[in-house]
Design a protein around this ligand. Structure first.
Ligand SMILES: [Cu+2]
Length: 510
């Protein structure tokens, strides 16, 4: 490599060629995640960016990371992308990719049109992982999941833990029958990987998170990781001018569920699609929420969103939405980016159906579950725990997530672990106590970690339970009723899902 610093715009073809060449070298650790060898000049140059900026509001200043060396500029450094606002014009622009840097996640703030569940096209913005233009038929508005590992790699992977067994169609297979509970199963402890939806970034405790955020649009934008700093401060790039890029580096926050977004003109840019989720895992406890807390068979990330197509149209036309002047009236509601029959995996597109089953539609074999002893199995290698669902709401609607068949046991809200006794009512009137919940409230920017027990439904009488030969599929819908529709009335075109209690395995203790 001859470049001494990351250079802008070598052209898409050139950058892709580098990535492809590295990817072809299967023997190179991290070949997947970088077009550059370890120890190159580009690696060395990362040291110049060692700074960290926390603050709940812009202007709180920078917090230098002593010991990591280098100057600590008080604002994000511009990485010098060529030609401002390349994508501001709708035709004739050539997407520009930059030379990747090992361990650094390039996020491109793109715009484009997405097909809604009723086939209409709605303008969106998003943090993509490759540069795409406004008229791109397949715009990059969400990242394919990436993992920052504790050993310093950045790996693209839809599943985590890396290398763990993949559950077929998303469903973990059981360890074996539970003799004491007919029709139920022991499940495997510390075995199955989980699939994650687009927009998810995973980080292992002990890693360093490094982002290079490229603003390819015509207005200022910002990349903020909410709540990840000391005292729940945000980590932020500061405003990034059109055509510029900013660098953000921070130590991995504690295990938990976080949101990233562009808070500019809040909540407008976020609503236009500039949001995503960060899941932090302890690499030593990959099947626990965090060390010593609830274990799970596999986990699910559910990202809720509301699409305001009127706002989108105003911004697409070059305007700036004033959210006080133009009240939000969301027209589409998504779960992991899908609505209605697409979320429910009942389309004619088998790849889409499979992705929904792997990422969204909770499924498992029935097991005995006692929430007083999460994770406890009675046979070595088994678990009697449930599955973890991380409910995440970067949208602007208050959701009321309601499962049929099983109640959910909520253990955490916004990474605050709820107590099991001595619960209380907080200033907003919420009960703060671990408990079974029929409906889980999710305010805008809320994250709740809930256990789906995947157990025999309490109202399933013995004769019914023992006669069972098929999967039992239960709806999940949101009790904020407009969110169940699309385009102001198409039902069930909105934020819907189901979960699947798998049928007994013939000959296995059913
Ligand atoms: Cu219901």
């Amino acid at each position: 490599m001859t470049e001494q610093v990351p250079e802008p715009d070598h052209g898409t073809a050139g950058a892709k060629a580098r990535v492809a060449a590295a990817g072809a070298d299967a023997g190179l650790p991290g070949a997947l995640e970088s077009g550059l060898p370890e120890g190159s000049a580009e690696t060395a140059s990362v040291g110049r960016w060692n700074f960290l900026k926390y603050g709940a509001a812009a202007g709180l200043g920078a917090l230098a990371l002593g010991g990591l060396g280098g100057a600590a500029p008080a604002q994000a450094m511009a990485a010098g992308l060529r030609s401002p606002a390349q994508s501001a014009t709708s035709t004739g622009t050539r997407p520009s990719a930059v030379v990747p840097i090992p361990g650094v996640l390039d996020l491109y703030i793109n715009e484009g049109y997405l097909k809604m569940v009723d086939d209409s096209l709605v303008y969106h913005r998003g943090f993509g992982d490759r540069p795409t233009g406004l008229r791109d038929a397949s715009p990059s508005l969400a990242v394919v999941p990436k993992v920052f590992t504790a050993d310093g790699r950045l790996v693209e992977s839809r599943t985590y833990p890396l290398g763990a067994a993949l559950p077929p169609r998303g469903t973990p297979l059981p360890f074996g029958p539970d003799p004491a509970n007919p029709g139920q199963y022991f499940i495997r402890r510390n075995h199955w990987a989980s699939y994650f939806p687009a927009r998810t970034i995973i980080a292992e405790v002990g890693s360093t998170l490094r982002f290079r955020v490229h603003n390819r649009l015509s207005k200022d934008h910002e990349f903020v990781l909410h709540d990840v700093g000391p005292s729940h401060a945000d980590a932020r790039t500061g405003p990034i001018a059109p055509g510029e890029a900013a660098l953000l580096e921070l130590p991995c926050p504690s295990a938990g569920t976080y949101i990233y977004s562009d808070p500019t003109n809040a909540p407008v840019e976020r609503t236009l699609g500039l949001f995503g989720a960060l899941v932090v895992m302890d690499p030593v406890h990959q099947w626990d929420i965090t060390a010593g807390k609830a274990s799970f068979e596999r986990q699910w990330v559910w990202i809720c969103h509301a699409v305001e197509s009127n706002w989108a149209a105003m911004e697409a036309a070059g305007g700036t939405v004033d959210p006080l002047q133009t009240k939000a009236v969301p027209r589409y509601f998504t779960l992991n980016g899908r609505s209605g029959y697409e979320s429910l995996a009942i389309t004619r597109n088998e790849a889409l159906n499979l992705a929904s089953e792997e990422e969204t539609l909770v499924s498992g074999y029935p097991r005995q579950l006692d929430v007083r002893q999460f994770g406890e199995g009675t046979t070595a290698g088994t678990l009697r725990g449930g599955q973890l669902v991380r409910l995440i709401n970067p949208g602007i609607v208050y959701h009321q997530i309601h499962f049929h068949g099983n109640h959910l046991w909520t253990v955490r809200r916004n990474n605050y672990h709820w107590p099991r006794r001595d619960g209380y009512v907080d200033e907003q009137g919420h009960v703060v106590l671990q408990q079974w919940e029929d409906v889980v409230e999710l305010e805008p920017m809320d994250r709740k970690d809930c256990i789906v027990p995947v157990k025999r439904p309490p109202d399933a009488l013995d004769p019914v339970w023992y006669a069972r030969t098929t999967d039992w599929e239960y709806p999940m819908h949101c009790h904020a009723e407009p969110s169940q529709t699309a385009a102001g009335g198409m039902y069930p075109g909105g934020l819907v899902a189901h979960w699947n209690l798998k049928a007994p395995i013939p000959g296995e203790g059913a």
